[in-house]
Structures are given as C-alpha cells and as structure tokens.
Design a binder for this molecule. Sequence first.
Ligand SMILES: Nc1ncnc2c1ncn2[C@@H]1O[C@H](COP(=O)(O)OP(=O)(O)O)[C@@H](O)[C@H]1O
Ligand SMILES: O=C(O)[C@H](O)[C@@H](O)[C@H](O)[C@H](O)COP(=O)(O)O
Length: 169
Amino acid sequence: MAKLIVIMGPAGCGKSVVAARIAAARSATALDADDFHSRENIAHMAGGNPLTDAQREPWIAAMEKELHARLGNNENIVLAYSGLRRAHRARIRACAQRSLFIKLQVPIAQLQERVAKRQNHFMSAQMLPSQLAAMESPASEETIVQIAAHGSLDDVVESTLNAIRETFS
Ligand SMILES: Nc1ncnc2c1ncn2[C@@H]1O[C@H](COP(=O)(O)OP(=O)(O)O)[C@@H](O)[C@H]1O
Ligand SMILES: O=C(O)[C@H](O)[C@@H](O)[C@H](O)[C@H](O)COP(=O)(O)O
C-alpha cells in the first residue's frame, strides 16, 4: 500500500530540503507544493500578500489530483507542503490509506534568517507573521508528529527518519 509522508510547517522551516532528503532515503518521489501554485497565486505572494482560503482552493485541488494518481499507482510520496489549514490537511490526508505528517518546528527568528537568505524564491520574510497566524494548531490531529527543526539539516533528517520508522515499522 503506497504511503504519503507530508513535511509541513511555515515558509523557511526546511520542508523542501528535508522532503528531498527523506524521499531519497526511502526511495520515494519528492513533490513540492510550491510547484502546484498558479502563476496568479505566485505573483500575489511575491507582491507580499498572503493567500486567502479561496485562493488556496485550486492549489489544494491540484495536489489532490496528483496525489490520487500517483498513490493509486502505488508510488510512495514525500510532499513538502505548508499545511496551514486543518481542512486542507484533512483533504491531503484523505488521498492516502497510510499517511504521516511531520511538522518542523523552528523559532521565528531562525525562520526569518533562513527566508531572508534564500535566493530566487517568491516568498519574502515579511510574509512570515501571516504564515504563522494562518497555521491552525495540529494538536488534535493524531497523524501529525512535531519535530524540533532548529538544528543542523543532518539532525533534522535523522529525527524525521526516526519518526517515520516508528510509524511505518
Ligand atoms: N536545518 C537547517 N539548517 C540550516 N539551514 C536550513 C535548514 N533547513 C533548511 N535550511 C535552509 O533554509 C532555507 C529554507 O529552506 P526550505 O527547505 O526552502 O524551507 P521551506 O520549504 O519550508 O520554505 C533554505 O535555504 C535551506 O537550505
Ligand atoms: O499560504 C499558504 O498556504 C502557503 O504556505 C503558501 O503561502 C506558500 O505555498 C508557501 O508557504 C511558500 O513557500 P514555502 O513555504 O515553500 O517557502
């Protein structure tokens, strides 16, 4: 049965780089939610404006479609996706029979530093407060494991792989 692992958290938490490393370690396909945005939504965010849930709708629908197709084809997926909204997480979770969400926890000062340093990305550090405000707590969601992700990339990857092994042993 194909598995879905979602690496989630606000911009700059490291989900894209961690998802790529996890996918390589587990012979899975890495997907990045950034690649499913419309040009309009990217331009909107690049202008310093957070998305509304209405603007997120076609983005979530595009990811659902891709996940259904790939998981239905027995492909294991590691998806880097912010997962800010609870209802959207439920829709992404429903695409797979077996799934695990891992939320990377990074203090805001470090998020600011990482986003500010990143080159050629539509998301600026000024968007971080809105990202954190839009993040609905995952506290009641059993399939979400939270991991401290302020350390080195190697440490974060190791903790993430351990959490995955514990769930999918
Ligand atoms: N654990 C880490 N330590 C140091 N830098 C990191 C770490 N994780 C990610 N980064 C760097 O921070 C920036 C943001 O990472 P990225 O994966 O793009 O975050 P996200 O996809 O969550 O927005 C990138 O330049 C990345 O190389
Ligand atoms: O509003 C949202 O639902 C998303 O979070 C959206 O703003 C965007 O896809 C990323 O968060 C930015 O890209 P990174 O998170 O990859 O930096």
